[in-house]
Design a protein around this ligand. Structure first.
Ligand code: MG
Length: 214
């Protein structure tokens, strides 16, 4: 079973270090005891394998949002364009078939709820408290910031806010996720936990908890 999972991880396209994936799993296992989890940026389902497996163990669901048309840097001519994901008939990126295949192969179709739209559209009438929000969508500042504004308010006390692709050194990567992470920290609403690789982990304070110990 473990071997099968690792094989599937290896075969699934994505930009997630195994140690980061393992951390997603560990945090989601804790979080999904409290309530449902949500990720922004499904892509081909690599992070959903980790988050979804943890949710399944607790009988919870993972909402996984993606318009599946690729982020800014995944378009033709850009640095992260992958021709396998290009739908020639439509002339557009389409990662949804890859996500569906990943979820079917991992037996996660009863656990992961794909939402095929932008994160702002999905958030419009959202009212369900969340135990974990993983921001891993577009890397333009406005996109990442909107994802934070749309979803962080739905975190229940004690819930986890995770942000991927945090690079403190601007020569190593774009600064938008790092900026959002810094702003979240500055809000004093979260306790900062250890990072794993480029994965930032914050925990929403319960009412009355103060940030004095940071
Ligand atoms: Mg990422």
């Amino acid at each position: 079973m473990k071997h099968q999972f690792e094989k599937l991880i290896g075969e699934t396209k994505g930009f997630l270090d195994p140690a980061e994936g393992q951390r997603l799993y560990t945090v989601a296992l804790e979080a999904s005891r409290l309530g449902p989890c949500l990720e922004i940026g499904s892509y081909c389902g690599k992070s959903a394998l980790y988050l979804g497996s943890a949710c399944r163990q607790n009988g919870q669901v993972l909402y996984s949002i993606d318009h599946h048309r690729g982020s800014e840097e995944q378009q033709p001519g850009e640095a992260y364009f992958d021709p396998d994901l290009f739908d020639d008939r439509r002339g557009l990126i389409d990662t949804l078939p890859f996500l569906r295949r990943t979820l079917a192969q991992a037996d996660l179709e009863e656990t992961v709820v794909p939402l095929v739209c932008s994160s702002q559209v999905a958030a419009k009438s959202w009212a369900t408290p969340l135990a974990l929000v993983f921001i891993d969508g577009g890397h333009a500042f406005e996109t990442a910031w909107q994802d934070y504004l749309c979803w962080s308010g739905h975190l229940q006390p004690g819930g986890y806010l995770l942000i991927h692709d945090i690079f403190g050194d601007p020569t190593k990567g774009g600064q938008a996720p790092y900026d959002v992470y810094k702003r979240a920290q500055a809000s004093d609403l979260y306790e900062t936990l250890d990072m794993t690789g480029t994965l930032g982990v914050l925990r929403r304070r319960a009412d009355g908890e103060t940030g004095a110990a940071v």
